[in-house]
Design a protein around this ligand. Structure first.
Ligand SMILES: [Zn+2]
Length: 321
């Protein structure tokens, strides 16, 4: 018999489901969550959506699963954060947190002790209240409103090789065609793995501000698959025979002085070669500022589609199978 679940100040009895907003103490910030406590013992998974407020399929997937999953079938517990970054969701603000004084990108500031701005307090609360009590974390993202993307599953940059191997096994049981290992450190899921020792995956699916039914269904299926792999839900998911692994990948950002017009010379899904021209960056009179070239061969899986560009903007990501 499983005992009561207590996470982030919310108490959930055995075999119960609670749907509520969770408030970050001493702020006006709150976000919608579902807590499902099973009847039998087992692992606890956190699935969080909306670190970037306008990456939609994961938000719908989590919201629908929160309604559909019956605690009767759960061994362990399921915690769903439907939308972390509510101010950006409501204001239609890509990348950054609309309510934050410095409009920080939440996925660049983990871990944080909470001193600083509102964004730091939110991220500190997420880490300290949600992560210590869980066994597994999935963070759901998409290409943001200003970029196109091919879906991929990313394995957290865990320092534990055994944990990484089991994460890869679970990732292979998702519908994603592309899989890669993260080299990051300051994202929510990487911080869960690096600073709290919790296995974590990131899902990237959907793009450009769309919330397509097929992407929502795939996110739901893959979350259910991960939960089955962990024994939280019944079922035996099958390995995806079509999944490929990027052994290296490059994420290119705009550099200092890259302020003006972004002209692409490649598109999503292109196979590119080392040295190939990817973009021209021109000023507002059309004069060339800089040309961006590929650092290695690869397959383009993310590309920005805005005409404007500013220093620090994400431009393109490509990986090599
Ligand atoms: Zn994102």
């Amino acid at each position: 018999m499983r005992k009561e679940l207590e996470i982030a100040g919310i108490r959930v009895g055995c075999g119960q489901k609670v749907q509520t907003y969770v408030r970050v103490p001493d702020t006006d910030l709150c976000f919608p969550c579902t807590f499902i406590n099973g009847k039998e013992d087992g692992k606890i998974i956190l699935a969080s959506a909306g670190i970037h407020g306008c990456e939609y399929p994961g938000v719908m997937a989590v919201m629908e699963l929160g309604r559909e999953i019956d605690p009767e079938h759960v061994s362990g517990a399921i915690i769903l954060i439907h939308e972390v970054n509510m101010s950006s969701f409501l204001k239609r603000q890509p990348y950054v947190m609309a309510a934050d004084e410095e409009r920080k990108n939440l996925n660049r500031i983990f871990p944080t002790d909470g001193s600083g701005t509102l964004a730091d307090r939110l991220c500190c609360f997420l880490s300290e209240e949600f992560i210590p009590g869980i066994d597994f974390h999935v963070d759901l993202h998409s290409g943001d409103m200003v970029e196109e993307l091919e879906g991929c599953v990313i394995v957290a940059n865990t320092p534990d090789e055994e944990q990484k191997a089991s994460l890869i096994e679970i990732a292979k049981h998702t519908r994603f065609h592309l899989r890669m290992n993260s080299g990051g450190r300051r994202e929510f899921y990487n911080s869960s793995a690096i600073h709290y020792g919790k296995p974590a995956l990131l899902f990237e699916r959907g793009h450009s501000g769309y919330c397509r039914r097929a992407d929502v269904d795939d996110d739901k299926a893959d979350l259910l698959s991960v939960m089955s792999c962990l024994g939280i839900l019944p079922g035996e998911p099958e390995e995806n025979p079509d999944q490929v692994f990027f052994w290296r990948h490059e994420w290119t950002q705009a550099q200092e002085g890259d302020n003006g017009i972004l002209l692409p010379f490649v598109k999503l899904g292109d196979e590119i070669q080392e040295g190939q021209k990817l973009f021209e960056i021109r000023d507002m009179f059309g004069e060339l500022i800089r040309t961006v070239h590929a650092k290695h061969d690869g397959h383009v899986f993310i590309i920005s589609h805005t005409l404007s560009v500013t220093e620090g903007d994400d431009l393109i990501a490509y990986g090599q199978v």
